[in-house]
Ligand binder design. Structure first.
Ligand SMILES: [Zn+2]
Length: 137
């Protein structure tokens, strides 16, 4: 199996509900998405997936839909407040943890036909969480 990995940087704000640590407060990250794509075979050029193709599909979507957005739980009382102020808000069904944001990116990228194997979200240079599907048996 071949793999290619692309790093995409974006900025986002979030906060966690029902959480006692400092991430309960609205704050932001300069995050890095690490997306890995698996391909069993190379194309006629010897490429598993062209980095430019990943960029055109994944980075354009992240730039348009996630970059400099606030990502919140759909249950967060801030959602209607920010929307009333015409601030762009992205909602997830549960807490917008790095794990949940990674899964959101994984699901969206997969739905666009990219053979994504895993997505990791680095919240800072030392902390990352990710999502990948369990190998089929
Ligand atoms: Zn955070």
């Amino acid at each position: 199996m071949y793999s290619v990995t692309k790093l995409i940087h974006f900025c986002y704000g979030h906060r966690l509900l029902d959480y006692q640590g400092k991430c309960r407060r609205l704050h932001g990250h300069n995050g890095t998405v690490e997306i890995t794509i698996d391909k069993p075979r190379l194309d006629s050029r010897g490429i598993a997936m062209d980095f430019e193709d990943i960029k055109s599909i994944v980075q354009l979507w992240i730039d348009a839909e996630l970059d400099h957005r606030t990502i919140l739980s759909a249950k967060d009382p801030l959602v209607p407040v920010l929307r009333k102020l015409e601030e762009p808000v992205v909602t997830l069904p549960g807490n917008p943890t790095a794990e949940a944001i990674a899964k959101h990116i994984f699901d969206t990228v997969k739905s666009r036909g990219v053979p994504v194997a895993s997505v990791k979200l680095w919240e800072n240079p030392t902390s990352c969480a990710g999502y990948r599907e369990a190998p089929s048996t």
